[in-house]
Ligand binder design. Structure first.
Ligand code: AMP
Length: 220
């Protein structure tokens, strides 16, 4: 059973990497804290109400709310039996420390990407409203314009409400402020590996298997 964290700035391809991993290990559960929060927003749950203004302003949702949300998700049966790829959590050192009290992580995958590529990714990003498949206007358009490759539904270029320049600047700032201690934390645990964002879609099954093999890395 694999317990993996995908870490990188907004737009680095955490969701894409998760789907690549799941193609090879279909039982692993993809947990995206951003997606869970957006679903709460859409369904107007109490958590959605509390999180709304933070998400729309590109701010981090308070730790206690997100930690509790993740704790609940990790206690569910599918995750307990099949493992998970965690995308978008932890985003603060407090979240990382809380997570280690809940579960032992096997692998922390750090995605490397340039600032230019981030902007292109975020500002061109959209997804299928029906099945959630991720596309990009510039780098990953659907094969047939306006039709989802995965489920065949009609799709339009509808951006996430927080995928705009203003919000992106804030999200990048939060990332810069919080990433260093988190990366150091997992480096110390000897479970950190790097991956280049540009290479995610060209990785072979063998390379992905090798990347997520459970092994302790040498101390750096
Ligand atoms: P994402 O889809 O991962 O880019 O997340 C979208 C938004 O959800 C972020 O900009 C935050 O407002 C919120 N969010 C997602 N994950 C977290 C987290 N671990 N801690 C705090 N806020 C989060």
């Amino acid at each position: 059973m694999k317990k993996i964290i995908l870490f990188g700035p907004p737009g680095s391809g955490k969701g894409t990497l998760a789907s690549v991993i799941i193609k090879i290990f279909p039982d692993i559960v993809h947990i995206s804290t951003g997606a869970i929060l957006r679903a709460n927003l859409k369904n107007e749950t109490p958590l959605g109400f509390k999180a709304k203004k933070y998400i729309e302003e590109g701010k981090l949702v308070p730790d206690d709310l997100v930690i509790e949300m993740v704790r609940k998700r990790l206690a569910q049966k599918d995750v307990k039996t099949c493992g998970f790829v965690l995308d978008g959590f932890p985003r603060t050192i407090k979240q990382a420390e809380s997570l280690s009290k809940i579960v032992d992580i096997d692998l922390f995958l750090l995605i490397k990407i340039s600032q230019y590529a981030i902007e292109k990714r975020i500002l061109g990003r959209f997804s299928c409203q029906i099945c959630g498949a991720i596309y990009n206007l510039y780098t990953l358009p659907p094969k047939v314009k306006g039709i989802c490759d995965k489920c065949g539904s009609k799709i339009e270029f509808i951006q996430r409400t927080d995928d705009n320049v203003q919000s992106l600047k804030k999200r990048l700032k939060h990332y810069e402020n919080n990433a260093k201690p988190i990366i150091k934390y997992y480096k110390k645990k000897r479970i950190l590996k790097y991956i280049n964002s540009e290479k995610i879609l060209s990785l072979s099954n063998k390379q992905i298997r090798k990347m997520i093999e459970k092994e302790k890395l040498p101390l750096l």
